[in-house]
Write a protein that binds this ligand. Structure first.
Ligand code: BDR
Ligand code: CA
Length: 312
């Protein structure tokens, strides 16, 4: 039986790559996409990206719900366009979507889907945790109905990517992330500890382009901007963040992990948005998070290629 998943996302070049992986994988069944600000402050633009990606591979039947356009407490100061381009997809224009988002707001969509399917739904988060936090504020008992939460976000032992200690998704809304980490569910965390270990070079991406399908070509095209951004940061290749969260569900055996209590710094002058792993149980909390620490990136990329090849 496939694991039924709701993907909360801010698409986003690597979000698009992760959504495509999910749609190509029989191990998961995508029940819907909920959209949050993050890689852009324009959540409606990001929702159109979500719809356009789904339609491109013939999955316009999957519902998309629009969520929060800003963090819970402070203003949005993200600079996603530096990595993802002004339109979130590396300035590659997809055919405009013909479908519309559902009328329901993302938080309510999450609540209703989970309550209607107790114990069945896994929440996969690829952006700031604002939509999930809003759902928790309305229904603090939401974790009772959810199978588990798998996130791309945070950095425990690895350096941050927006500050020396903070990763973008958590840094974009630390208060929301703190609520989510302390809500009482089981979490799998694909943070920078593991995502920075999966590199795709142009030879590999060229292989996706040359599969001969439009999805492989799209991944090549949208990654041109992303690769250039990583070059400008001093990296030889792009790294693969959001697909790690999906791959951790599809092939958990590709990863190593440690089970630990994780919390989020919300007020530090230099450390706001830092995720802290309590390795030595000094906070005396029960562990709640499987922090992914290692990955077989060769096997990861092989399977990613095989799955993209199955799409139109
Ligand atoms: C995360 O930030 C976003 O830019 C990416 O889509 C990914 O979810 C990486 O820090
Ligand atoms: Ca993302």
């Amino acid at each position: 039986m496939p694991e039924r998943i709701l993907i909360d996302t801010d698409p986003g070049i690597d979000d698009a790559m992760a959504i495509l992986l999910a749609l190509a994988s029989p191990e998961v069944q995508v029940e819907g996409l909920t959209v949050v600000f993050g890689n852009s402050g324009d959540v409606n633009l990001l929702a159109r990206n979500a719809l356009a990606i789904l339609e491109l591979v013939g999955r316009g039947d999957i519902p998309v719900a629009v969520g929060s356009s800003h963090p819970l407490v402070r203003a949005y100061h993200g600079r996603g366009s530096i990595v993802h381009g002004d339109n979130g997809l590396g300035n590659v224009e997809l055919p405009p979507p013909t479908t519309l988002p559902v009328a329901q707001n993302a938080a309510h969509f999450i609540i209703d889907t989970c309550l209607a399917n107790p114990g069945e739904i896994t929440l996969v988060t690829l952006g700031p945790l604002t939509n999930i936090a809003l759902a928790l504020r309305i229904r603090p008992d939401l974790p009772r109905f959810v199978r588990r939460l798998v996130m791309m976000g945070g950095a425990i032992s690895a350096p941050g990517n927006v500050s020396p200690v903070a990763e973008a998704n958590v840094h974009n809304d630390p208060e929301a992330a703190r609520l989510v980490f302390n809500a009482g569910w089981e979490i799998t965390m694909a943070g920078l500890d593991v995502t920075m270990q999966v590199h795709m070079d142009d030879e590999y991406l060229g292989g996706l382009r040359d599969i001969g399908n439009q999805t492989g070509r799209l991944v090549w095209e949208i990654t041109r901007f992303y690769v250039a951004a990583y070059h400008s940061f001093g990296y030889a290749n792009m790294v693969v963040h959001d697909s790690c969260a999906l791959m951790a569900i599809i092939r958990p055996e590709f990863f190593t992990s440690k089970f630990v209590y994780v919390d989020v710094e919300t007020s530090g002058e230099l450390t706001r948005g830092q995720t802290i792993g309590d390795w030595r149980r000094q906070y005396r909390h029960e562990p709640q998070t499987h922090v992914l620490t290692g990955v077989d990136d060769i096997a990861f990329k092989q399977l990613y290629y095989e799955r993209i090849a199955t799409l139109p």
